[in-house]
Design a protein around this ligand. Structure first.
Ligand code: DX5
Ligand code: ZN
Length: 215
């Protein structure tokens, strides 16, 4: 299981120290939630944060773009050090072109599905991608309740990936904690994203990561 830790919930007053603590706690990737206040109601951080994450840790950067017209920003994120760049299917009429753009810049490409988006909407892009991200909350905020209704969708996509015989990672994001993680892993997820369950864990970051690992 790969744990991707969503940095929007860390204490930005101690950015460097929190990132180092995150790495020492044994997470595998850093998840960067980029929101534009248009595609989702909230505004978070942009590509300028990535080089600082790279300086503070050796963790791969997993960028989740919740923005309109992502094609305008792919190059900036790639140049800033992104390893994975994931874009949503819902607001992308030329999704394949954007995926190709991500790959040409040397990054791995992911496609993201909102809770209301059907599995079928990504079937045709599967041969071109490295990761599928299933949202288990409505994107926009951390700290929301996991939607168990997404479990059948996770299972369905797991089957599609296995049938394709391609190397595609299945990631799930939203409301994952020590109580919900088991169902997500059993449904077939390879990568889980967590913010609240790591940064708001009462006993600290390391205990939060351990609680996820030992679900
Ligand atoms: C939601 C973001 C998530 C979120 C996860 O829009 O994409 O990555 O920060 O937060 P938790 O783990 O608190 O649900
Ligand atoms: Zn995310």
């Amino acid at each position: 299981m790969i744990i991707s830790s969503s940095i929007i919930s860390l204490d930005f007053l101690s950015f460097e120290e929190e990132l180092k603590k995150t790495e020492r706690a044994g997470v595998d990737w850093l998840h960067i939630d980029v929101m534009d206040g248009q595609f989702v109601p909230n505004i978070t951080i942009g590509s300028m944060f990535l080089p600082f994450c790279k300086k503070a840790t050796n963790l791969p950067l997993d960028v989740h773009l919740m923005i309109n017209q992502p094609e305008r920003h792919i190059e900036a994120f790639a140049k800033a050090g992104a390893d994975y760049i994931s874009i949503h299917i819902e607001n992308n009429p030329n999704v394949l072109r954007t995926i190709q753009q991500i790959k040409e810049l040397g990054c791995k490409a992911g496609i993201v599905l909102n809770p209301g988006s059907p599995t079928e909407s990504i079937e045709e892009v599967l041969p071109f991608i490295d990761l599928v991200l299933v949202m288990s909350v409505n994107p926009g905020f951390s700290g929301q309740k996991f939607l168990p209704e997404m479990l059948p969708k996770i299972k369905k996509i797991r089957k599609l990936i296995d049938l394709s015989a391609q190397k595609i990672l299945l990631q799930v994001d939203g409301g994952i904690n020590k109580d919900t993680i088991k169902s997500v892993i059993e449904a077939g997820a390879d990568v889980i994203v967590a913010a609240t369950a790591i940064y708001d864990y009462p006993q600290g970051i390391k205990a939060g990561v351990d609680a996820l690992r030992n679900y």
